[in-house]
Design a protein around this ligand. Structure first.
Ligand code: FA5
Length: 341
């Protein structure tokens, strides 16, 4: 019996040392010292021991029980101490990480607010669009070589006899005739900010990007109105020191057509490694072609208009102080990059 008592005591002590909660400690107490616990049944068996050894067995069992009781109390204190150290109500709380809007969303909101101030109305049109609106009504009939510029994704769906095939909009200009048809009679003052898709990917191209398209049609609209709007945008979006210029260009749907440049935000027009002689290319613009007005049901003899269409990502990348070397970073989901904006 002596050996049995010692083994049981050691077994209980080993378990007590391992516990990490008050519940486990209580389970051990019940298992060894409870009413039907292991020590209680041992005590009952003392009667079976020979009279001369009975007293010694009793002392041994008592000593083992007392050791276990002390170990339980000491471990209970230890657990209380650690619980106290764990919960310190004076320690400042952990601030949960705060997210923020993606930089493209921020840019879209900023652009939208600037043009709304000028009286432009923001409209959205389909991003899966008919060939008719993306090309045909924009003076690019079927087979016209100018279409190649837009490296278009065609949707594998049956073509419509009038509207042709479905495409993923390669530019926001597909909204021009749709807006003319909606408004029916000028004035038109639309800003369309939407996703565009092209089969392109490199440091300055992504297959899905955003453009913002401005369209203004009324009596007597001229290039001067276009230039005034562009200057207003450049001063407010990039900063009061930034200027714009128009360079002759060619688009099938505007006549005359321009490439719009803005002074570089780093050298402010003096010329540096990041720009072309002090200028950065913003995007295309021009006076709406008479054939496009006619396709939208507007009399080109009576009305004139201007349009412009620029990339949201590229325009944002031209903000002063930003040096984003690769447009693909914007859609890379790397939080170390995105958190900066
Ligand atoms: C156009 O798409 C014309 N629709 C713009 C226009 C509108 C001209 C109205 C006249 C009147 P362009 O293909 O150059 O033009 O694209 C305009 C801008 O979209 C570019 O300057 C660039 O900022 C952006 N862009 C074009 N392709 C990509 C691309 N793959 N990734 C990111 N940005 C792009």
């Amino acid at each position: 019996m002596q050996e049995e008592v010692i083994n049981l005591k050691n077994e209980a002590l080993a378990q007590i040392m391992e516990v990490s909660s008050f519940e486990e400690l209580e389970t051990i107490r019940v298992t060894y010292l409870g009413r039907s616990g292991k020590f209680t049944s041992l005590i009952k068996r003392i009667r079976e021991v020979s009279p001369e050894k009975r007293k010694q067995a009793g002392l041994l069992v008592n000593e083992a029980k007392n050791t276990i009781v002390k170990a339980l109390a000491s471990q209970k204190n230890h657990l209380k101490e650690s619980a106290r150290a764990w919960f310190d109500p004076t320690v400042p709380g952990i601030k949960p990480a705060m997210g923020h809007l993606h930089l493209v969303t921020q840019a879209i909101e900023e652009i939208s607010a600037l043009f709304t101030q000028l009286g432009f109305v923001r409209n959205r049109y389909p991003e899966v669009e008919w060939d008719w609106y993306a090309f045909e009504t924009l003076n690019m009939p079927e087979g016209h070589p100018a279409r190649d510029e837009w490296e278009t994704f065609f949707v594998d769906a049956p073509a419509n006899p009038k509207f042709g095939q479905m495409v993923l909009t390669p530019h926001t200009s597909s909204a021009q005739v749709r807006e003319m048809q909606r408004v029916k009679s000028p004035p038109v003052r639309m800003i369309n900010i939407a996703k565009c898709y092209r089969r392109q990917i490199d440091a300055s191209h992504v297959p899905m990007f955003h453009q913002f398209e401005g369209l203004v049609i009324d009596k007597g609209i001229s290039v001067a109105n276009l230039k005034g709007t562009l200057d207003y945008f450049a001063r407010n979006f990039f900063g009061p020191e930034r200027k714009t210029r128009l360079r002759p260009f060619h688009f099938q749907f505007t006549e005359p057509s321009f490439e719009v440049d803005v002074t570089c935000g780093v050298c402010l027009g003096r010329g540096c490694k990041l720009c072309k002689n002090g200028w950065l290319e913003l995007g295309g613009a021009g006076m709406v072609h008479p054939r496009v007005l006619a396709a939208g049901g507007i009399n080109p003899e009576k009305y004139s208009g201007y349009a412009f269409g620029w990339g949201v990502e590229r325009t944002y990348m031209m903000k002063s102080g930003l040096q984003i070397p690769d447009i693909r970073l914007i859609y890379g989901s790397d939080l170390r990059f995105l958190k900066q904006f």
